[in-house]
Design a protein around this ligand. Structure first.
Ligand code: KDO
Length: 323
């Protein structure tokens, strides 16, 4: 007859060992906990994988600074991130095609491109060389120009001289230049202060970010350029992924895709209501000469060194996937 104490110890050991067996997935990202991407992962992804993994998000860049997450995953210090094509372009210039202004048409086009066979060589390379798996695609939104000046902007020529904050990587700086401005690298975490102090004349982000990060408090106008239908990749370390059974890999993939779709629909809904929402916060909203912006930005990319790194014919393949 096993003593009760011994039986209890056995149970606690086995419970502890099961607990230890649960994969711990730390995710670091600079967006807030109220951003739709965070809400989707917290409410949908975490619970859906809870029986075999613990989702441990660190929002607001509290664990790793913006742009250092991929390196952290590669070194085994982080398991997940919400990364950008622009950050991946730091490692592999060919990723800049997915960050090119006026290329992706809308959220559905982003999903079609991410799931198309054209994407496989890109995914394979990041897995093989960086140890990072591009799990699913997130809709960040249509990036708009957001300025703390009253000057009316119609064409890229009107942007001349503006210190436009862009995220730190080269592909982002290039986009700022293509828009006609002087791009200034500022990490997302320092952007509100940079706008408030006038260190920069403006920034670009989707309307939900302008609301969520309260940039409307320190800016005066939105210019509806929609110059980049922007995306993020939900990533996971290859090591963490490979530690899962095929059954749990399938569960995690399904949870990721469903969470990203949930976030996409919510972000689209937010975008639809935020022209009025930001007007109510006192921002002026202007419609620029979209043809002028589109032609200037597309020409800049096609004539850039970035485009030399793009696989032959990929722009045509991406365009063909737009509905
Ligand atoms: C930004 O720094 O402007 C940016 O929009 C870049 C995106 O790739 C992404 O990092 C985003 O910030 C953060 O998720 C905060 O929304």
């Amino acid at each position: 007859m096993m003593g009760a104490a011994f039986a209890a110890a056995l149970t606690s050991v086995s419970a502890a060992s099961i607990a230890q067996d649960k994969l711990n997935l730390r995710l670091s990202s600079v967006n807030s906990a109220t951003d739709q991407r965070a809400v989707a992962l917290d409410t949908k992804f975490g619970p859906a994988i809870a029986d075999f993994a613990t989702f441990e998000p660190h929002w607001g860049g509290t664990l790793f600074k913006q742009g250092t997450e991929l390196e952290a995953i590669s070194r085994g210090n982080l398991e997940m991130s919400i990364s950008s094509a622009q950050e991946l372009a730091n490692f592999y210039p060919e990723f800049s095609v997915f960050s090119a202004g006026y290329l992706h048409r809308d959220a559905a086009h982003q999903v079609a491109v991410f799931n198309d066979p054209l994407m496989q060589p890109f995914k394979d390379k990041v897995e093989a060389e960086l140890g990072v798996k591009l799990l699913s695609i997130m809709y960040l939104g249509r990036r708009q120009v957001n300025l703390n000046s009253d000057k009316e902007i119609k064409t890229p020529a009107d942007m001349a001289g503006f210190k436009l904050r862009m995220p730190p990587s080269d592909a982002w700086q290039f986009l700022g230049k293509a828009l006609g401005a002087n791009p200034v690298p500022v990490p997302f975490a320092e952007l509100y202060t940079a706008l408030q102090t006038g260190a920069v004349d403006g920034q670009d982000n989707p309307l939900p970010t302008v609301m969520d990060a309260k940039f409307y408090e320190v800016t005066k106008q939105i210019v509806l350029t929609s110059h980049l239908v922007d995306l993020n990749y939900l990533t996971i370390s290859k090591k963490a992924w490979d530690s899962l059974s095929p059954e749990n890999q399938a569960k995690l993939q399904k949870a990721a895709d469903e969470a990203c779709e949930f976030g996409r629909q919510n972000q689209l809904a937010k975008e639809a209501e935020l022209v009025e929402g930001l007007k109510a916060k006192g921002l002026k909203i202007y419609e620029p000469d979209l043809a002028a912006f589109r032609d200037t930005v597309q020409k800049a990319y096609l004539g850039s060194d970035f485009s030399k790194a793009w696989p032959e014919g990929i722009v045509d393949k991406i365009n063909a996937l737009a509905k």
